[in-house]
Write a protein that binds this ligand. Structure first.
Ligand code: ADP
Ligand code: MG
Length: 352
């Protein structure tokens, strides 16, 4: 380590970011996770001005006048709106640095991004981190970061399988020797489960639900596998015929039924990934099991269902919602050793 690098290490707080479709988390070296906010931006569409980001913006969802929209720039699992994503990233980086970094304190930044993005999108995220004051920016595919966060031995000559269900995308990867051998990304995840509940309420009860209510119902009584005891909750919304408020009590069996299509979609993708995995690695996965990460895997009984259908043991990682950001933290603390797990980008800038 040169003297310059040593000075940097002393003064800078390196940053790991999980730029998720639903939530953005930020890890600061030596401190841990300091930010955990929704990936939402409130925008005035007349002036193109950004009004709020994160928690403040989420409070506006569904409550905005017509000229204000609350958007989730990464909602489809790809960086759909560069400029807004860039602003959001800058906002979070600056927030943990309490303003612009000084000359000696410019951080290194590791950002977890959905796999399958284009070069243009990756470059946009990379440049946004540099524009926000990073002295070097590194990108890592989310399932790789999740696997590292779950403490899987990604650098061994042995197969590890990770399934990360977020809001907008489910990412499935088989990893060996520091690289991704099989990868799948589908746009069926937590958001689609919410939509399924909205559709169910509409079709069965003529009940119009908001997205946040649907998500509450999913978290309160949702499941992928029959439950030992009956779970019930009240769905509150608007009657589509009378236009007046209405409540309906639903149980776990009904909601499981509503979620079947989304859950099946994810399950089929997992099975396809196993089918595409070379036999030696399948043997490793049979022994080690499939690891689940991301908020979506908290759906009751999802682990049981996957185990039953794939005949492979399944483990939920500790604290699934923070696996990716913890993974970026591990990489930050050991960049020299873990360089091979990063996305190799031609536009990577070596600190000068
Ligand atoms: P992303 O990485 O895309 O930002 P997250 O990993 O933060 O997504 O997960 C967010 C998703 O997890 C949301 O769709 C949310 O509804 C879902 N989720 C969170 N907790 C639960 C739970 N207990 N049961 C089911 N789904 C959950
Ligand atoms: Mg995620």
């Amino acid at each position: 380590m040169g003297i310059g690098e040593r000075i940097y290490k002393k003064f800078s707080k390196d940053i790991g970011i999980d730029l998720g479709t639903a939530n953005t988390l930020v890890y600061v070296s030596g401190k841990g996770i300091v930010i955990n906010e929704p990936s939402v931006v409130a925008l005035n569409i007349k002036t193109k001005q950004i009004l709020a980001i994160g928690n403040d913006a989420k409070r506006m969802v569904g409550r905005t006048p017509t000229h204000i929209v609350a958007i989730r720039p990464l909602v489809d699992g790809v960086v759909s709106d560069f400029e807004i994503t860039e602003q959001m990233l800058k906002y979070f980086i600056n927030k943990v640095q309490h303003g612009s970094p000084g000359f000696f304190s410019r951080p290194q930044v590791v950002v977890g991004i959905p796999s399958g993005g284009t070069d243009v999108e990756r470059r946009a995220v990379h440049d946004a981190a540099l524009n926000a004051g990073a002295r070097a920016a590194f990108l890592i595919e989310e399932p790789m970061a999740a696997a590292i966060g779950a403490r899987l031995p990604v650098q061994d000559a042995s197969g590890s399988m990770i399934v990360d269900i977020g809001g907008g995308t489910t990412e499935i990867a088989v990893i060996s020797l520091g690289g991704i051998v099989v990868s799948k990304s589908i746009r069926v995840a937590g958001d689609e489960m919410n939509e399924s509940i909205i559709q169910y309420a509409r079709e069965e009860f003529n009940l119009l639900l908001g997205v946040r209510t649907a998500e509450d119902v999913k978290i309160t009584v949702g499941s992928a596998f029959p439950q030992d005891e009956v779970l019930e909750t009240v769905m509150r919304g608007r009657d589509m015929i009378s236009g007046l408020p209405k409540e309906v009590v639903v149980n776990d069996t009904q909601i499981r039924e509503a979620l079947t299509r989304s859950v099946r979609g994810i399950l089929n993708a997992v099975k396809e990934a196993v089918e595409q995995t070379p036999p030696e690695l399948v043997a490793d996965i049979m022994t080690r099991g499939i690891t689940l990460a991301g908020g979506g895997v908290l759906l009751r009984g999802f682990d049981k269902l996957v185990a039953k259908e794939t005949l492979i043991p399944v483990h939920l990682c500790d604290d699934p919602l923070t696996a990716v950001v913890r993974g970026t933290g591990v990489v930050l603390e050991d960049l020299d050793n873990l360089r091979e797990v990063l996305i190799q980008t031609e536009f990577e800038k070596v600190p000068s």
